[in-house]
Ligand binder design. Structure first.
Ligand code: GA4
Length: 318
């Protein structure tokens, strides 16, 4: 029996069309155009030749798996820095639940990681450093693909220091154990990411699904050698809707399957950063589709929403 609070994902409605996920070789000459195409289309792509050594991700994965194997009470000792730190089954604070446990960390302040076992903390720091660099390079390719100055998007991500970078950049480690209850149980419910860009890596267990522009859900074939990049709400606004913030969700593994482990880097702005379409991108006479807001205002509103809500709609004009 599936508890009422966990809605099963209707997997029957999810067709096997893994090939619709664009792949971009980040080291290829046409990468900027390919990245921009993918972001204008589905808002999501698989990045190969990203340069993050497999050893970094493997080491982190092994240490994270060992952490999640600890007794529940021991893990709960790391759950006091809400929204950061350890969490189990509940996402945010407005009643969203999923078949997962996780670690959520702030890159700038270290909140959520200070009490973790030092080897896990070190592996997280090393991996984060490498993956945030990929996020930065991807933002440069996106800017180039849009015909902008190279740094136009990368500079919108909060720096590591600065009193205000706050929760701009985050890292999340999600652990989805096999679910004995039923198949297709929601691991992480459908949502868009509020930030500019998210970069995900997972082990060999699938479960991630993305929503295409026509509303169809498709599975993303797992590939531990690649990184998966998704456009967040802020990037949709910065590009005045040219890039599409992709809805995604995760189905928990079925009984008997290997647990899914994913690590996601979220590149978000500093709290005072104004989020509005980049003026250099707008064509003559083109108006902003959104009201002006700061990242701080957006996140304040976001924390009052349910996971599946459209967080941009209150900021849309017309
Ligand atoms: C979704 C993307 C990231 O995982 C996250 C999530 C955050 C949280 O888990 O604390 C939120 C969710 C996410 C969006 C709406 C709010 C905030 C839970 C929630 C219900 C870390 C993020 O930045 O936004």
């Amino acid at each position: 029996m599936v508890p009422d609070i966990i809605d099963p994902i209707p997997l029957a409605k999810c067709r096997k069309e893994a090939s619709v996920v664009p792949t971009v070789d980040l080291s290829a000459p046409g990468a900027a155009a390919a990245v921009a195409d993918a972001c204008r289309g589905v808002g999501f792509f698989r990045a190969t030749n990203h340069g993050v050594p497999a050893a970094l991700a493997d080491a982190l994965e092994a240490l994270a798996a060992a952490f999640f194997a600890l007794p529940h009470d021991e893990k709960m000792e790391h759950a006091s820095a809400r929204p950061f730190g350890y969490g189990s089954k509940s996402i945010g604070s407005n009643g969203d639940v999923g078949w997962l446990e996780y670690l959520l960390l702030s890159v700038a302040t270290g909140s959520g990681s200070s009490t973790l076992p030092p080897p896990l903390r070190a592996a997280l720091e090393e991996y984060t450093c490498a993956v945030r660099d990929v996020g930065g390079r991807v933002l440069e390719l996106m800017a180039e693909g849009l015909g902008l100055d190279r740094g136009a998007l990368r500079r919108m991500v909060a720096g590591k220091d600065g009193e205000e970078s706050g929760a701009g950049e985050m890292v999340r480690v999600n652990h989805y154990p096999a679910c004995p209850l039923a198949s297709g149980v929601t691991g992480f419910g459908e949502h868009t990411d509020p930030q500019i860009v998210s970069v995900l890596r997972s082990n060999r267990t699938g479960g991630l699904q993305i929503m295409l522009r026509d509303g169809r859900w498709v599975p993303v074939a797992p590939d531990p050698d690649s990184l998966f990049v998704n456009v967040g709400d802020s990037l949709q606004v910065l590009t005045n809707g040219r890039f599409h913030s992709v809805k995604h969700r995760v189905a928990a593994p079925e009984a008997g399957k290997l647990a899914r482990l994913s690590v996601i880097y979220f590149g978000g702005p500093a709290a005072s950063q104004r989020i509005a379409p980049l003026p250099e991108l707008l064509k003559e006479g083109e108006e902003s589709l959104y009201k002006d807001f700061t990242w701080g205002e957006y996140m304040k509103a976001a924390y009052k929403t349910r996971l599946g809500d459209n967080r941009l709609s209150p900021f849309e004009l017309h």
